[in-house]
Design a protein around this ligand. Structure first.
Ligand code: FAD
Length: 470
């Protein structure tokens, strides 16, 4: 297989040294896998060729963008070919009139917004990893970001996809039409984590840059006051562009690193942003400040200009990097709960941390109830990974019981695969497994991800079990 891959690509784009295989055996999370070979295509035709070669050798194919995923989606847990899209990074076309762009899957998220900026446009999904992650990875994980509260996650910004299917066929699904006829296969493909097809080009929507913007920083003496402010703002009918919360420990870590003047004495801070016409922005900023004051805010400030705003967002978006001061490893969790259950869930999260003797930090998209507890640890300590995993499983259970979901935005991958039965019964899992089977009857694309073993087992002769989500 490796000889055939070398014949199909330049040989420097087929990698098999021990070090290279080690590096491409993991993403930004804690799981590891062992690829047989790494292939780096530059064109759609090369992706088709790689898929056909792997198919002839019955080898799995695991698509990979920048490897910033946190759920082990791009980790080749069952070996095979890791197909890296980073050289498919061309922005093929920006159409400022239609407000769309055709892009390669390896385009870095922020590069697309930079390229669209001269037309007064940007790509709205903005994961905190946006300076590194790829649009292909965003699509595969249906990624969110601080500004997805108002704009919606990636699925709302994808019109059409060119995909290579597991048998090597090339298809375009979706279209420029706002409501294409037929089943919404584009919606099925977005969020499918490389298990159904490999995206080789995407037609994405671009969003106009708002004429005015206000960014507020509010600090509180308790997490619950901050969380009440989140619910209060939305209850008053304002959906800010972003509404992010950071707890004291994470604020301290960021401040130690960036010296931005963050209020380290506060138990929690909220970063709220409103965008639009000046009059609306001023009214909404005033309303947020009013709700924060009603919830005993310690300080409320508004970023004085673009530099100050950029610094605040740098603090938020580099929080995961800043925590490296606290411990050599972290396990970042991603779950979501109804906004009204934020306070009690946060209390349980800290309690789980205390019980497992793990330092717990929190930075998250509070507006949509998307929690990101970070457990800090040293992986070289014996038994530590098991302890962290046990705490992580408890966290997920607490969130699901609170009416939440397994993942807010990072996907299921290998990390949460075996927790799927917490949310889906046998009929639900079977239905999803049938979709997988339709696209990929031999289970070649990203095997071992999303669906737990035995998902395809529901007896169709029986009635649907109570509570089935299908
Ligand atoms: C510091 C940090 C901050 C983060 N912040 C956020 C955040 O705010 N919001 C958020 O949602 N996520 C966040 N993430 C997670 C991650 O960055 C996103 O999931 C991102 O979209 C992954 O993109 P990637 O290019 O790195 O994909 P990878 O990690 O390489 O792959 C992710 C998944 O996509 C599949 N895939 C990749 N390319 C393709 C393709 N062309 N076709 C089909 N499948 C493909 C892979 O098989 C895998 O299942 C963060 C991660 C880090 C490390």
């Amino acid at each position: 297989m490796i000889d055939e891959l070398r014949a199909a690509l330049d040989s420097d784009r087929v990698m098999e040294s021990k070090l290279e295989l080690h590096l491409y055996g993991r993403d930004a999370g804690v799981y590891r896998g062992n690829p047989s070979v790494v292939a780096i295509p530059e064109t759609t035709e090369e992706v088709v060729e790689i898929v056909k070669i792997a198919g002839r050798h019955e080898a799995p194919v695991v698509a990979r963008g920048a490897g910033t995923g946190l759920a082990a989606g791009a980790v080749p847990t069952e070996g095979g070919v890791v197909l890296v899209t980073t050289r498919m990074n061309q922005i093929h076309e920006i159409d400022p009139v239609k407000r769309t762009a055709w892009v390669g899957p390896g385009v870095i998220n922020l590069d697309l917004s930079h390229a669209a900026a001269p037309y007064g446009l940007y790509f709205a999904p903005d994961p905190s990893s946006q300076a590194a992650c790829t649009v292909g990875g965003n699509i595969a994980n249906n990624s969110g970001g601080p500004h997805c509260l108002a704009e919606g996650s990636t699925v709302n910004h994808v019109l059409a996809l060119e995909v290579v299917l597991p048998d090597g066929t090339l298809e375009v699904i979706g279209s420029e039409a706002p409501d294409p006829i037929g089943l919404d296969l584009r919606g099925v493909m977005v969020g499918s984590e490389g298990t159904l097809g490999i995206v080789t080009r995407a037609l994405v929507k671009l969003t106009p840059i708002a004429p005015d913007i206000r960014t507020l920083l509010c600090s509180f003496s308790s997490i619950s006051d901050a969380a009440e402010t989140v619910s209060g703002v939305i209850a008053r009918g304002v959906v800010p562009a972003a509404l992010e919360m950071m707890d004291q420990r994470i604020v301290e870590a960021v401040e130690n690193w960036l010296h931005a003047g963050l209020p380290t004495h506060a138990a929690a801070i909220l970063l709220a942003e409103v965008v639009g016409e000046t009059a609306a922005v001023e009214a909404e900023a005033d309303l947020i400040a009013e709700v924060a004051r009603a919830n005993k805010a310690l300080e409320i400030s508004v970023a004085a200009g673009e530099d100050e705003r950029a610094l605040l967002w740098k603090c938020r978006k580099s929080a995961f990097g800043a925590v490296a001061q606290a411990a050599p490893n972290y396990y970042l969790h991603d779950t979501v709960v109804p906004r009204t259950r934020l306070v009690e869930t946060m209390n349980k999260v800290y309690e789980i941390g205390r019980r497992h003797d793990l330092l717990m930090m929190n930075v998250f998209h509070a507006g949509d109830g998307n929690l990101h507890p970070l457990m800090m640890f040293d992986a070289s300590e014996p038994g530590m990974i098991e302890k962290v995993q046990a705490a992580a499983d408890e966290l997920v259970e607490v969130c699901v019981k609170a009416g939440g979901a397994l993942s807010g935005e990072h996907g299921i991958g290998r990390e949460k695969r075996d927790l799927m039965p917490l949310m889906f019964n046998t009929a639900d899992l079977d239905a999803q497994a049938r979709i997988k089977e339709t696209f990929d009857p031999f289970g070649r694309f990203n095997p071992g991800k999303i669906l737990p073993a035995g998902s395809r087992c529901f007896d169709q002769s029986g009635a649907l079990p109570p509570g089935a989500w299908v």
